[in-house]
Design a protein around this ligand. Structure first.
Ligand code: NI
Length: 255
């Protein structure tokens, strides 16, 4: 069995004491590949550097809605040069986060839209972070003539919302919360997504799945979320591993 963690943050300072060990545990758990996702330009560069020196690790570069307020004026130019580097597979994570509102909403929208336009022009796959902002995000997508390939990462909406995104051609990625003891809405969403649109991820170091809930998450733990997804879809875990492995390669255009 080979497993693909479609979204993690191995660059995060929480991994400073044992980043190499976390990578070793990931590989030992058959999580042969992962995408390390940037939140701003410095973390994007750290992801690229880690990817370059670690087989099976790829990088995404982008400006997260939390960091939108600090996006540089020459963001587009710098993203183009980062995307040209070895191991860069997607733009992300970009989006809207109205839960924390760390950046003003109009600024979040502007920085997301600028990156969206760039991805469309360059034909890059996009990783979206959308928290408590599905209404505005769906309205934005509906206004567009075309959409670049995209994944709704760490999906947190309803089955209805998942269906809307799937209709638009997006992948839906499930993270640790799928394993939580009371997550019937997420389980329902996971039942409705077509198999060729499913991805799994850790979003580590955040959102550890059961039985590690509350602890630091790491890529090896994606197996717990994969097992839960297989259970929900009444499928052998090996088969779900194969499906999500293939989907991740297709979406990120790897190999
Ligand atoms: Ni993330």
């Amino acid at each position: 069995m080979k497993v693909f963690d479609s979204h993690c943050h191995l660059d995060d300072p929480q991994f400073d004491p044992d980043r190499e060990d976390a990578y070793g545990r990931m590989r030992a758990a058959n999580v042969e590949k992962c995408v390390c996702v940037g939140s701003d330009l410095p973390t994007s560069i750290r992801c690229l550097e880690f990817a370059k020196s670690h087989p099976g690790v790829y990088a995404a570069v982008g400006v997260h809605p939390h960091e939108a307020k600090d996006a540089p004026a020459d963001m587009e130019e710098r993203l183009v040069s980062l995307m040209a580097r070895e191991g860069a597979v997607a733009l992300g994570e970009i989006g809207l986060d109205y839960h924390y509102d760390f950046s003003p909403r109009d600024v979040q929208m502007d920085v997301m839209a600028r990156q969206f336009s760039l991805a469309l022009e360059k034909d890059w796959p996009v990783i979206y972070h959308i928290r408590e902002a599905h209404g505005d995000m769906l309205a934005f997508f509906r206004k567009q003539k075309r959409l670049p390939a995209g994944v709704i990462h760490c999906f947190s909406g309803s089955a209805e919302t998942a269906k809307e995104y799937v209709k638009m051609g997006f992948y839906i990625s499930f993270a640790g919360p799928l394993t939580f003891k009371k997550a019937p809405n997420l389980w329902e969403a996971a039942r409705t997504v077509p198999v060729d649109r499913l991805l799994v991820e850790t979003d580590s170091p955040y959102l550890a799945p059961e039985p590690y809930r509350g602890k630091r998450n790491e890529p090896a733990f994606v197996v717990r979320t994969l097992e839960k997804l297989a259970e929900i879809r009444e499928m052998p875990v090996e088969e779900m591993a194969e499906i999500t492995w293939r989907n991740a390669h297709t979406f990120y255009r790897i190999g």
